[in-house]
Structures are given as C-alpha cells and as structure tokens.
Design a protein around this ligand. Structure first.
Ligand code: GL9
Ligand code: PLP
Length: 817
C-alpha cells in the first residue's frame, strides 16, 4: 500500500486527462484513451520523485553507472509502474469505479520491444533492480522507431510485421532537446598545427543530431526514479535551400536521409552478427551521444577530467557498445587535450565489459574499410590502441608470434570488437559460472592468462517484481500470506516457503493456483490459436528465441516420437501433455523459420487426430514477447531448457519458470547448473551430455549421427517422417533441409552440430521421468514449492549488488518525499 497515494486526486486526474487529451468524457473514452489517461496520471504521481531523485544525486555528487546497451526489452510499463509505486489496489479500485478493468486497460499498451531476447530483457531487469536498490544509473540506448517485429503465423509460417509501438505515442517518455548532441560520420581527418601542437580535425563529415527521450524507471516503494535515456536521430537542419544554393544539395539530402534511417529499426538477430554498415552507425550514434553527454554533465560540476572515472562507470552490454572506448579516448585526446597516457588511464578505469555468448557467429568483426570510412578518427585511435596492446603482448611473451596474431585487435582486415573491449576494460565478466569458466579456459584463454585479474563472473538474475508480483498475482499473494512480503525486495526470504513443501494443505493451495493460471493461459490459447487445451494436462513449455543451439528441433522431434508411440498403441498409459512453444526466428534465419513451420505442421496433424484421445496437444504461441511471457511462466509445469551444453551462456527464462513453480527439464548448461545446485538434482529433470563432453567432441571433429540413424529404429522413423510427407503431404521435400542438418549425407558436411540425435535418448528418458513424477501430485507440488523457495539466488537484485561490490562501487541513495 502507498500511504501518500490519494485515490480521489488520481481519479480526477484520469478524468481530466481524457478530457484534455481527447475532448471526451470518461464514459465516451476508448480503452486506448483510458490507458493513455491513466499512464499520464501515473506519470504525474512519480514526476516529483523523478526530479527529487536526480536532485539528490547532484547534491550528493554520486558516482553513476551508465549501462550502455543496444537493447532494452522493457515490455509494458503501466502495470509495472503501478506495482512499483505500490498503488495497484488503489488504482484498480479507481478504474473499477470508472467502469474499467485494470487488466484490460494494461492490455492496451504495446510492449516496448527494443530488444531481441535475453540480453535485452536482462538490461531491463537490471534497471528495475538498480532503481529499487537506490543506485544512481542511466540506461542508454536507441529509440528505435520499430522495435522487435511482430510475429504473425500464416499457414504455419512466420511472417514479420513492423512493430509500430509509437503509433499512439508513448505517454511515459519526455523529449529532452536541451541535451541534444551532434554525431559525426565519415569525411577525413586533417592535422592542424597550432603553435607547434598537432590537432586532429575531422572534415567533410555528415552530421546527425541525437535527441534524447527519457523514460522513468521506478524503484519499488522507495521514491527512487532513474532514467532510461533513448536517443532519436534528427537531421541537423531540415532540408533547406540554403545548402542547395551553396551547392551542398547532395549533402543536405544525405544528412536528412541518414537521420531518418539510423534509428529506424532494431536488428532482429539474436546471438548473430550480420555486419551491416547501418548497425555500426547505430552503435556509434548512441554511444557518441551518450559519452558526450556524460562528459558534459561531469564537467558541469568537476574541474579535473582526469578523475572522470571516480564519478562515472560505463558498463558495455556485450560488444555492441565497444566504440565507447575509442570515442571516450577521442574526446579526452582531441577535445580535452589529455595525453595518450592520461586518456588511456581514464578510459581503462571507466569501461567494463560483459560477455554474453560464446557463439562464434555472434562475434563482431568490422571490416577495416567500412570502419575507417565511417569513423575515420575513431579508427586511427583503434590502430594506436592496437599498436600499444601489441607491444604489451610482446613484452610479456617475447617472440611469441602466435599470441601477437591471435590476440590482435586488428587482424585479417578486421577490427575485433571483443578484443578491444577486453584490452581496454578493467573488468570482463561472463553471465553464469559455467559460462565464465568456458571464457577463461577456452574462448578467451590467452586473454585470461595475460590479465586474470580482470575476469569475474556475475550470474544473471531476474526481477521478481515483474515476473512474480505483477505476472502471477495469485501466487504472489499466496507467498506473502505464508511468509510476509519481504521477498519483494529481498528474494532470498522466499526460502522460508521451504517448510510448507511437505504440508498437504499448502500443496493443494499451490496446485490450485497453478491450475487457475493454466486456465488463464488456456483461455489465451483458445482466443489466439482456437485450440482447446486441457488445464489438467502437463503444460510443457519452451519459450525463447528460435535458435539451433536452443534445440527446439529436439523438442518437436520428441513430440513426433511420442506421437508415433501413441499411434502404435492408442491405449498407451501417459499423462496428457500440452507442448507449448513460443519463439521468434531472426528474419533471415531460414532453418529457424523452417523449424517453426515444422512445429506448426506437427501441431496440425496431432491436434486434429481424434484417435489419440487428446493425449498430446501442440501449441505454437504467436508473437512471444514480455507481456505474454508473464502469463506463460505463471502457467508452466515443465520448463524446457535444453540447449546443447556449453552454448547457452546463462538463460534467464529458466529462472522465471523456477520462480513460478515450474520444474526444469534441461541440460547442465548456463545457469541451469546453478538452478539445480540451489534446488537439488532430484527436483529437476537433467539429461544429456556435459559441456566438457560437447567441447571434447567439437575439438575432435564431431561424431557420426549416421550411427544413431542406423541403429535406432524409432529415431530413424522420426527422421524419415521429415522427408516422406508425413507432416507435409503436399510437399514431401519441405523439411529436407532439417533432415540434412542432422545427418551426414555427404561425408564432408558437418552434421548435427548441436548433438540433437546424440542427446535424444537421454532426453526421451527425462520426459518419461516427468510423466511418472507428475502422477504423484504431492511429490510434484513439493518439488514445485521447493523450486520457488530455492529461487532466491536468481533475483537481479543479487546480481546488481555483485556488480556494485566488484565493479561499479556505487553508493546507495535514499530519496525522502
Ligand atoms: C544472451 C545469451 O544467449 C543468454 O544465454 C543470456 O541469458 C543473455 C543475457 O546474458 O544473453 N546472449 C545473447 O547474445 N543473447 C542472449 O540472450 N541474445 C540476444 O538477446 C540478442
Ligand atoms: N524473450 C522474452 C520475451 C523473455 O521474457 C525472455 C526471458 O528471460 C527471453 C526472451 C530469454 O529467454 P531464454 O533465457 O530462455 O533465452
């Protein structure tokens, strides 16, 4: 409850907003208009706290973290903001009195989908935790006009539709033209000698004006409001005849077009680098603007730029913002007049880098030609960083040409962003223990050996405020009724639930809540897919981006296998199972898109087969995103986390399922390892090869999936169904590519690089254990409660405290109102 919240004032504010904004009375307003009016009313409530928070930061002259990220997958703001100002019940009542249902009003808001998946959602959870813990922080990113595309499924295929999230305006954002920055692209660098000193001057460039929009990030019940600052691009001068007259016609048009295209759209690639010029422009655009602004702000209060790092830390969310390093160097050298050594000292004490993947196709390597053409002065600085880094390697490993080559920031015509990030950061971290160990011992071994002190682990986390308190109100209330509400800001308190795990009454209460949540999801599925699913069946869920390493294919192949068994023996004793999928595929990722088609084709056949008595249903949830994720986690019984061991750096969906009382069916990969450690092996269904085994096979040329094909009839039958038209009668060749990807058809081709067939039997056995376990209701409820009570470690509050303690060294601020 929020003591200062005045219901009458809020109600007045909603009614007035509808009038002023739409010239309507509240009873004439559309749900979208009511949403806008409520959102503005909430903004009214927090605006003084927002101002006060920043005043307090100024007054205390606090150190601030700038979380630099190409992605912030925020989802909807209204419901979360209402939760965090602790006025949910009051606002619900106000809306009831006005004749509107709060849930329905929340559903009017489009997701802010300025991110692809885990990496972007992690950034959003971090902002929530930073504000809740009272740490001064800015999120810095891009205000993409179109976020992550909307996924439509037509005839089983994914269709990408533009995400017009700003169509009705964004009630929470505030444009801040007073902080606009100019960002320069292209041209050439000229040396100007002034009084014997060389100055580097960029000439003949194009300019874009970066204009920030601020979004409030509200701490839970603590009056702290931080800022997510996303930059929009505008032409410096709109097209004008002046420049036409001066013969700059072409340049004027180009500048205008550059501004229009630069923030147009989020690249929809997950764990994959596409190497597009526009992407590098986006990176430099928001980084240059953010770094310039951070320096200006610092200089407003401080004389000595050599102490910049005492007040500012830049956390690089993956390599995407790595140009922050040479950009900071540029400003310190060219504009602030520091020496190289001074500038390097400041830069290397300011920047810290998080690695989020070992997938080699995700590594950013920019061709020199492109990089130096777009960022000529930045490229000069990168060359000098590399030259000095090479000297450092040489002095540590005299004569070691291998190291010089393999660790070079510039090599083979490319700029390697990860290596620059490591060389210039004071901290390099992975996102789960196993991932960090793989970085140290495999992927980044040379760097770890050279500078072990930089490397550290920060296991990811999630915010329980959005993913339990907001997403699963029934369970949240139940938890609070048992152990009080401290878990909301101190998740390890949830351990206290453990004593209820064996209590039969509590087990029944838990199962009943899960059942209610399954009914809620079943309704959603009925509405969106037209499929009836039985809420008493096991809800077995895999929702995440579609990627070969995540092995949705193994999941659907197992469904095909199970269906074959049922066809052979319709009386087969099995607990009815609803297999639920949700996944977007990158627009250009053909095999991933074909996998979606396969899932939908299998669903069509199975869901319409009366002979199996509804024992299996397959559902593909269209347009998986943060808002429907909240419903899905709450309703899941089984959480599929089945990546090839070593490939999933951490995963965060796995933690959200756990918090909502789903049991993990997974490999020993990423944070699954730590989840199992917390809850105990016996309360999860673990299968498959270990990461060591996988890496061993990889280092020794893979394995022969044909052996499995030849020796295992049931697997062979499933694979043959990919190419005999069983699921595609009109086009039996449709799934040929998937079949080929699994089997060594030509001995020169790599096959089954994600070890699907290798792990298949072990996976199928784990599914059998699930089936058996679910029959024992009491055991299942106990295991689910133990998953919830064991989830304390996985709050992003813990993750943020570790970043603060080991990397950022921030001070907590309290804001009195
Ligand atoms: C990812 C990893 O693949 C995930 O395992 C991890 O949980 C998140 C957050 O650390 O980071 N790395 C990565 O590139 N993506 C991840 O989800 N993909 C994107 O979202 C772009
Ligand atoms: N996409 C959305 C909408 C999510 O909520 C999450 C959850 O963390 C993810 C992607 C990442 O899922 P995973 O960690 O399973 O890859």
């Amino acid at each position: 409850m929020n003591k200062g919240f005045d219901k009458a004032t809020f109600k007045r504010s909603v009614i007035d907003n509808v009038k002023n904004m739409f010239r309507r009375t509240i009873d004439e307003a559309t749900p979208q208009q009511v949403f806008q009016a409520v959102a503005f009313a909430v903004k009214d409530v927090i605006i003084d706290e927002w101002i006060a928070s920043h005043k307090e930061y100024e007054k205390k002259d606090v150190k601030t973290v700038y979380y630099l990220s190409m992605e912030f997958l925020m989802g909807r703001a209204l419901g979360n903001n209402i939760i965090n100002i602790c006025a949910h019940d009051e606002i619900k009542e106000v809306l009831d009195e006005l004749g509107f249902d709060l849930n329905m009003i929340e559903d009017q808001e489009p997701d802010a989908a300025l991110g692809n998946g885990g990496l972007g959602r992690l950034a959003a959870c971090f902002l929530d935790s930073l504000a809740t813990l009272g740490y001064p922080a800015y999120g810095c990113g891009i205000r993409y006009r179109y976020g992550m595309f909307k996924q439509k499924i037509e005839n089983g295929y994914q269709i990408e539709v533009p995400d017009e999230w700003l169509k009705d305006g964004n009630p929470f954002e505030i444009r801040r033209p007073e902080y606009a920055q100019e960002v320069k692209f292209g041209g050439y660098v000229r040396i100007e000698n002034v009084g014997g000193v060389n100055h580097f001057v960029q000439d003949g460039y194009q300019t874009v004006r970066a204009v920030p929009y601020d979004l409030p990030v509200i701490g839970y019940g603590n009056n702290v409001v931080n800022t997510l600052r996303i930059w929009d691009a505008e032409p410096v001068n709109t097209f004008n005849l002046d420049s036409f007259d001066r013969g700059d016609y072409q340049k004027a048009v180009e500048q205008e077009n550059l501004a229009k295209t630069i923030v147009e759209v989020l690249y929809p690639n997950d764990n994959h680098y596409a190497g597009k010029e526009l992407r590098l422009k986006q990176q430099y655009f928001f980084i240059s603007a953010s770094v310039q602004r951070a320096i200006t702000k610092y200089k407003e209060k401080h004389e000595d730029i050599r102490k910049f790092h005492e007040k500012v830390v830049f956390q690089l969310n993956d390599t995407h913002p790595t140009v922050a390093i040479p950009e900071l160097m540029r400003i310190l050298l060219d504009e602030e007049g520091l020496t190289w050594e001074e500038a390097w000292d400041v830069t290397t004490r300011t920047c810290a880098y998080t690695n989020h993947t070992i997938m080699s196709e995700a590594l950013e390597k920019w061709p020199i030609e492109l990089f130096s053409r777009l960022l000529p002065r930045i490229y000069q600085i990168v060359e000098e960083i590399n030259r000095r880094f090479q000297n450092q390697i040489q002095s540590m490993y005299p004569g070691n040409q291998d190291k010089l080559r393999s660790m070079s920031i510039i090599y083979d015509g490319q700029v390697k962003m990860a290596y620059m990030a490591i060389a210039a950061s004071f901290s390099v971290n992975g996102v789960a223990r196993l991932h960090t160990e793989i970085l140290k011992n495999q992927e980044l071994k040379d760097f770890y050996q050279m500078m072990p002190e930089k490397f550290n682990n920060k296991t990811n986390g999630i915010t329980q405020r959005r993913f339990l308190l907001h997403g699963n109100p029934l369970l949240a209330d139940w938890v609070t009724s048992k152990i009080g509400d401290e878990w909301i800001t101190d998740l390890p308190h949830i351990k206290k639930l453990e004593i209820y795990a064996d209590d039969e009454k509590c087990q029944q209460e838990f199962l009943n809540i899960k059942y209610q949540n399954k009914i809620r999801l079943a309704k959603y599925i009925k509405e969106h897919n037209g499929i009836d699913v039985d809420p008493r069946s096991i809800f077995d869920v895999q929702v995440k981006r579609l990627h070969e390493y995540k092995r949705q294919l193994m999941n659907i192949l197992h469904v095909m296998y199970l269906y074959n068994q049922l066809k052979d023996n319709p009386e087969m004793d099995m607990v009815p199972r609803t297999f639920i999928f949700g996944a977007k595929a990158a627009a250009g990722y053909k095999r991933a898109k074909l996998t979606i088609k396969l899932i939908n084709s299998v669903a069509d056949v199975i869901n319409n087969d009366k002979s199996i008595g509804g024992k299996i249903k397959v559902v593909f949830i269209e347009n998986y995103r943060v808002s429907n994720a909240e419903l899905i986690f709450a309703a899941a019984d089984v959480s599929e986390q089945i990546s090839t061991a070593s490939k999933e750096a951490s995963g965060t969906g796995n933690m959200k399922f756990m918090l909502n009382g789903a049991l993990t069916l997974g490999t020993m990969d990423g944070a699954n390892v730590e989840i199992v450690e917390e809850v105990g092996q016996e309360y999860a269904f673990i299968f498959g090869m270990s990461s060591d085994e996988v890496i061993n096979y990889e280092n020794n040329g893979g394995y022969y999936p044909m052996d499995i094909f030849n020796n295992d009839q049931e697997i062979r039958r499933v694979l043959m169904q990919l190419i005999n038209g069983y699921y595609a009668p009109d086009n039996p060749e449709l799934f040929r590519d998937i079949y080929n990807s699994l089997l060594n058809t030509k001995s020169s081709d790599k096959a089954d690089t994600y070890f699907i067939l290798k792990d298949f039997r072990s996976y199928a056995q784990a599914h059998e254990r699930v089936d058996q376990a679910f029959r024992n209701e009491k055991w299942w409820a106990k295991a689910a409660i133990l998953n919830i009570s064991g989830s304390g470690k996985f709050t992003s509050d813990r993750t943020i405290e570790e970043y603060v303690r080991d990397i950022w060294h921030l001070e907590k601020v309290t804001v009195e109102m």
